[in-house]
Design a protein around this ligand. Structure first.
Ligand code: PGA
Length: 246
């Protein structure tokens, strides 16, 4: 797995024209050798547009979620077969918004994770504690619980990236402190030393250097700030420079 990885999660944002101009502006703002470290996760409906506009680049395109079955009566869902049909080889699984707003419990998340991996997809597996869990001192227990499923997919370890995203830091403008990020990433790496661990939660072009300076951080998953190609390009540039690959 190539690192550092700088991933853009567009969530339920942008439209065809905006996605196309985002891609054009983004790829001209960075040296070509920087682009292989970038992942973009657009909404399903924009995948083709993004592919067309990034065709000449090594940028990885990812889905934001994936069902565990290959096909069937699952209205509104997209299967690993659908993604592979579009030549998409990556998906995010277990994002905090899926868990907490769309009420996907750990059992559903586990099925999605296993189904995606068994169908050959690479997965950005998101974990993270809620504010009350942190306040109650339960952060590491919550992370361990969310990581348990990885024991069942050991043979796919090289296809997994973990994103540590404290729920209270996502979209709030509050970034976890250095020691909080370190503690969580160290704990994850204690169990899975060969899996890259990204940080996510209010990452922007101003705080990226501090975050990437943390040795245990192998990249970032960026929401809000990834919608602006100039900001995201700075995030990529500063990340790669901080990690010494640009
Ligand atoms: P944010 O989102 O950067 O807007 O906080 C991160 C994420 O949800 O992955």
């Amino acid at each position: 797995m190539i690192t550092p990885l700088i991933a853009a999660n567009w969530k339920m944002n942008l439209t065809e024209d905006k996605a196309a101009s985002w891609c054009k502006s983004f790829i001209t703002s960075l040296p070509a050798r920087a682009l292989k470290y970038v992942v973009i996760a657009p909404p399903y409906t924009l995948i083709k547009t993004v592919q067309e506009n990034l065709i000449s680049t090594p940028i990885i395109i990812s889905a934001q979620n994936c069902h565990w079955e290959e096909k069937g009566a699952f209205t509104g869902e997209i299967s690993p077969v659908h993604l592979k049909d579009l030549k998409i080889c990556w998906t995010i699984i277990g994002h905090s918004e899926r868990r907490h707003i769309l009420k996907e419990d750990q059992e559903i998340v586990n099925k999605r994770l296993k189904g995606s991996l068994k169908n050959g997809l690479k997965v950005i597996y998101c974990i993270g504690e809620k504010l009350e869990e942190r306040k109650e001192g339960k952060t590491l227990d919550v992370l361990k619980e969310q990581l348990k499923v990885l024991e069942e997919v050991k043979e796919y370890e090289k296809n997994i990236v973990i994103a540590y995203e404290p729920v209270w830091a996502i979209g709030t403008g509050i970034v976890a402190k250095e020691d909080e990020i370190k503690e969580a990433h160290r704990e994850i790496k204690k169990f899975y030393p060969s899996i890259p661990v990204l940080y996510g939660g209010s990452v922007n072009e101003e705080n990226i250097r501090e975050i990437m300076e943390i040795e245990e951080v192998d990249g970032v998953l960026v929401g809000g700030a990834s919608l602006d190609p100039e900001k995201f390009s700075k995030i990529v540039e500063y990340s790669l420079k901080t990690k010494g690959v640009l």
